[in-house]
Design a protein around this ligand. Structure first.
Ligand code: AMP
Length: 584
């Protein structure tokens, strides 16, 4: 039994949140003051001439808006072991590796105790609001979480994904306990170095604690879908393990085997029950509540690039609520989901005004989208001035700029958000897309969001044939004259040529960008090409990134593959089984 005092006082968390968001402007001022007082002695700030000033006006006048490449040399020095105050007053204790799947290249970013504190605050806040609507009691959580390989930098700093730092921190477990969301799986499974072995054991642990599981979660929804797609393949093996009480030989790590041996006892009754339930399902519809009868909701980031997995997730979940998790990045947290009953497609995130200092670049007509670096720099110099957290306007789109407690000052995150309203005086943001992620040939600009909408529309046609789109990506083929857009699709089964041809036409038709439409009319952009890839191709893409050190917990399928990403393009190229050109 949990001690009463361990349980989070959710009403207090909500009261604090309400008080803080009623006074967002002052809280932002105070937060900036705190950041600058703690780090004013850092070399980065020293040379900008703030001279101890901590007000937003001086900050904006002295400190430039930057991108990763501006701060990279400083982070490199930290990584190499320079202990002087470079970016922060106190030494940076770890580096976070961003997933690198959206931009093709992963980045190392500073991580410290303050970011850990922010993480816990955001977890607690969204939990408090969630628990009002979907209370959970002293149960367990089936969390598909994974750690990345942790390396040591030249200077001896641990470097791994931000989620790895979080999961490894003892405070994470305590927080999960206080939120009555203790993870079913032992540490050996979470920190296993083979993701597939960990996934298998997560599933097995979930089944062993099936009655106690009250929530199923992961950082990004992708991992939940991957887990249950894998379950479809391995369920008989899982049942055999439960029946015999002996772990499958596919698990080879002795530490995982011995941790699992403590949980696994022969249980033929449970094995029979799961087999019966699985055999009774129609195409795995409602698998999650069948396996976990007390599950209250499914939780993970479900917006942005994760929206394409919602259909499959809904299929597995039947009518169990899908609740999107918070909004953040390796660079820091931004907002929390305080409206958990809102479906993920319409979900927004309320900014926590004390976890960083936030600014927003207005994106009137999305002026520069994706141009060569030099031109981009020029446009940046004429771009509208960033506005403060409480100055944003409802209905407008912005790029987020973050100043955090770990040495990033006025850092462009590259995410586009739309302000949908205010909670007290803090804005609620809808995630729109990554700013620089797009298909572009001439002046056309097909954003990640445009691509997602077009794919959703076209995928309805294969949905009518009872097939799923497993995943998708794209790139620009400049080897043809004129150049054209290529969309890669992996489909769950066979679909006729006629339907796929129509999907291809529909994709082309659904790109509504004015310049794209005009260029297609005069054929300065060639017909869109749909390339259907072999089943398992996107798994190979995932394996490729895992091999490079990415972690499943933060993985996002690259939606637009750049020309330099030759290995990923090669994987696609090697696996094309059919292709179609738009006849629009
Ligand atoms: P990473 O590079 O692995 O740190 O991933 C951070 C990025 O994931 C953010 O910059 C966003 O583009 C995306 N992301 C994080 N949280 C959300 C969310 N709640 N909704 C949509 N996208 C998100």
């Amino acid at each position: 039994m949990l001690e009463k005092m361990e349980i989070l006082d959710v009403e207090k968390v909500i009261r604090d949140f309400e008080a803080m968001t009623k006074d967002a402007e002052n809280v932002q001022r105070e937060t900036l003051k705190l950041i600058l007082e703690e780090n004013g002695c850092a070399e980065y700030l020293q040379k900008l001439g703030l001279n101890g000033r901590t007000d937003p006006e001086s900050f904006k006048a002295c400190v430039p808006v930057i991108t990763f490449k501006d701060v990279e040399p400083y982070i490199q020095r930290v990584a190499d072991g320079d202990l002087s105050p470079i970016l922060t007053g106190k030494p940076i204790t770890a580096l976070s590796r961003s997933s690198g799947t959206t931009q093709g290249k992963s980045k190392y970013l500073p991580f410290n105790d303050e970011l850990m504190k922010n993480t816990l605050q955001i977890y607690r806040t969204s939990f408090a609001f969630r628990n009002r609507e979907f209370p959970i009691e002293n149960g367990k959580a089936l969390q598909f979480i994974y750690s990345s390989k942790q390396i040591k930098t030249k200077g001896g700093l641990p470097a791994g994904t931000a989620t790895t730092h979080i999961f490894r921190n003892p405070q994470f477990k305590n927080a999960m306990k206080a939120m009555q969301s203790q993870i079913c799986s032992p540490d050996e499974v979470i920190f296993g170095t083979d993701f597939y072995q960990s996934l298998y054991c997560h599933l097995l642990c979930g089944l062993l604690f099936r009655e106690e599981v009250q929530l199923v979660s992961s950082t990004f929804a992708f991992s939940i879908v991957l887990a249950f797609r894998t379950f479809e393949q391995v369920w008989k093996e899982l049942c055999a393990d439960i029946r015999e009480g002996i772990l499958s030989s596919r698990i080879t790590f002795p530490c995982i085997r011995s941790a699992m041996a403590k949980l696994l006892k022969p249980d033929p009754e449970l094995a029979d029950l799961i087999e019966k339930k699985c055999s009774g399902l129609n195409n795995w519809h409602g698998l999650i509540p069948e396996l976990f009868p007390n599950v209250k909701y499914i939780y993970g980031i479900m917006t942005g690039s994760m929206e394409s997995y919602l259909k499959k997730l809904r299929h597995y979940a039947a009518d169990v609520p899908l609740v999107t998790a918070d909004y953040g990045a390796s660079e820091g947290w931004i907002g929390t989901n305080i409206n958990p009953t809102v479906p993920p497609k319409s979900a927004t995130y309320a900014v926590l005004p004390n976890i960083g200092y936030f600014e927003f670049i207005p994106l009137k007509d999305n002026i520069e989208k994706h141009l060569p670096d030099k031109v981009n720099d020029y446009f940046l110099s004429v771009e509208p001035k960033p506005v403060g957290l409480t100055e944003v306007k409802v209905g407008e789109e912005y790029e987020v700029i973050i100043t955090n407690f770990a040495g990033l000052y006025r850092y462009r995150l590259g995410d586009v958000v739309r302000v949908t309203g205010f909670h007290n005086s803090t804005p609620e943001l809808k995630f729109v897309c990554r700013r620089n992620l797009m298909l572009t040939i001439n002046f056309d600009k097909i954003t990640e969001k445009d691509l997602q909408l077009a794919v959703e529309e076209a995928a309805k046609l294969i949905g009518e044939e009872k097939m799923d789109l497993i995943d998708f990506s794209s790139h620009v083929d400049v080897s043809s004259d004129p150049a054209h857009c290529v969309i890669y699709w992996e489909i769950s089964g066979e679909v006729s040529n006629e339907v796929l041809q129509e999907c291809c036409n529909c994709l082309d038709r659904s790109f509504l960008d004015h310049d794209y439409v005009n260029a297609r009319k005069i054929n300065t952009i060639g017909p869109l090409e749909l390339r259907v890839v072999r089943k398992g191709t996107f798994q190979k893409i995932l394996d490729h990134y895992l091999g490079l050190g990415a972690a499943l917990s933060q993985f996002k399928t690259p939606r637009c593959v750049g020309p330099m990403n030759t290995q990923v393009l090669q994987i696609f190229c090697d696996n094309v089984v059919k292709n179609y050109y738009s006849m629009e």
